[in-house]
Design a binder for this molecule. Structure first.
Ligand code: S3P
Length: 444
């Protein structure tokens, strides 16, 4: 990835209607399930971001043919995936590169755990540092053999053939996860498709449930009871026919922009409004935001609709507990909003932010300090004292994105309400989740 600097610009009111990039989480899952379903799956509006294209290339490396490859697929194309069923994947010739994508690496480990061949996974410098034991340990409990080796800060994870020890199937387990993580849950569910007995995962708090919903829509055997998901090994999965809705995490950038830029009145249409993802909207409503949502239709069990936002004067509040996983990727944007709202915002119980694409607690606090905001960094969150008078940047100060797309987008949105331009050192990372971001931003 070539580094790319960006100079922020102040914006006029954001008016009109936009659509944002397709949902990243659903795009990954659509590709993975299409690969192991039986027959031709049709996927429209797949997110063409670096992370998702990594997953596409990997399913190709695992012997799955697709109508287009990561190099040839365009936004207009419908992708056809020629699924070969649960037992149809084949040994890759080369190592599988996950780039910056934690979702790719963790979900792939779950999928590979039950395969009769060996495969190795690698990632970029950021991914090399992110915790993988949270997935390796439960998969080992299921009987998978996974080696993780780090040499010169480069990690290679090798998943050994499942039947090497003579066992064709993984063991079904009941796993009580110490973290509320959809990636951990999804890896175990994918491995559970290759287990002899049912597998269940219990989370401490509800994380996004796209894997369960998609599996259900493909006639997988899934039972959901409170925070427990149980799956049984199916014989086959139905092929997919899906159009991926917009990503609420990408919409978060323009929700923040419309709330903080005076006079804005913006509609974001065709967005995923799954209630396991809408924590930010709930918090903003409590803060007094003029924000409404309308569910228009269901796509593979997911609520899809539109969001209407008007610039608002907001009052800060404290957030912790169950709401955190429902807005985990939106916390950088919420922190930006909090810094121009009235009163104090305390965010706690959000230690997961330390192990995202960057240490987001540190990145958020450093960015806000550069904007003259009173912010106090805590182990599991931060305290912000908002100032509705606005943000101020000192002469000669530049932002550092830490190579993290969500931080780069937060800084770009901050730039809309600054009276001076600021340079962000590298925004190429935004392509991992929202390739059209700057095109939409430039419109305003
Ligand atoms: C994701 C789950 C979340 C989120 C990530 C995407 C997914 O991570 O932060 O951007 O697609 O499952 P965790 O599951 O680790 O919380």
């Amino acid at each position: 990835m070539m580094e790319k600097a960006y100079q922020t610009r102040p914006a006029q009111a954001l008016k009109g209607s936009i659509e944002v990039a397709p949902d990243k989480s659903i795009s990954h899952r659509a590709l993975i399930f299409a690969a192991i379903a039986n027959g031709e799956s049709k996927i429209k509006n797949l997110l063409l971001s670096e992370d998702v294209l990594r997953t596409l290339t990997i399913i190709n490396q695992l012997g799955i043919q697709t109508s287009h490859t990561a190099e040839t697929l365009t936004e207009k194309d419908e992708l056809v995936v020629y699924g070969k069923g649960l037992q149809g994947l084949t040994k890759p010739e080369n190592v599988l590169c996950c780039g910056n994508s934690g979702t790719t690496m963790r979900l792939m480990m779950g999928l590979l755990a039950g395969q009769p061949f060996q495969a190795s996974l690698i990632g970029d410098d950021s991914l090399n540092k992110r915790p993988m034991d949270r997935v390796i340990e439960p998969l080992q409990e299921m009987g998978a053999t996974i080696n993780s080796e780090t040499v010169d800060e480069k990690r290679i994870i090798t998943v050994l053939p499942q039947n090497e020890s003579g066992e064709k199937y993984l063991k079904g387990i009941s796993y009580v996860s110490p973290v509320a993580s959809a990636q951990v849950k999804s890896a175990i569910i994918l491995a559970g498709l290759y287990a002899r007995k049912p597998t269940s995962v219990v989370e401490p708090r509800q994380s996004r449930n796209h894997t369960e919903l998609m599996l259900k829509s493909l006639r997988g055997k899934v039972a959901i009871k409170d925070l427990m998901v149980t799956i049984d090994c199916p014989t086959r999965l139905k092929a997919l026919n899906v159009s991926i809705p917009g990503d609420l995490s990408s919409a978060a950038a323009f929700i923040a922009a419309a709330l903080i830029v005076k006079g804005s009145d913006l509609t974001i249409s065709n967005v995923n409004l799954n209630s396991t993802r809408t924590g930010m909207i709930d918090v903003l409503r409590y803060m007094g935001a003029k924000i409404t949502t309308e569910i228009k239709n269901k796509v593979n069990g997911e609520d899809v609709g539109r969001i209407h936002i008007e610039a608002s004067r907001l009052k800060n509040l404290s957030i912790t507990g169950n709401i955190i996983p429902r807005m985990i990727d939106e916390i950088p944007m919420l922190a930006l909003i909090a810094s121009v709202s009235e009163g104090k915002m305390v965010v706690s119980g959000a230690e997961e932010l330390r192990v995202k694409e960057s240490d987001r607690i540190k990145a958020i606090c450093k960015t806000l300090q550069q904007l003259g905001v009173r912010v106090d960094e805590k182990d599991d969150g931060f305290i912000i004292v908002g100032n509705p008078e606005g943000l101020r940047i000192q002469e000669g100060v530049d932002f550092r994105s830490y190579g993290d797309h969500r931080i780069a987008m937060m800084q770009s949105i901050a730039g809309l309400v600054l009276d001076k331009a600021v340079t962000i050192d590298d925004v190429s990372c935004v392509d991992t989740s929202f390739p059209g971001f700057f095109r939409i931003l430039e419109k305003f």
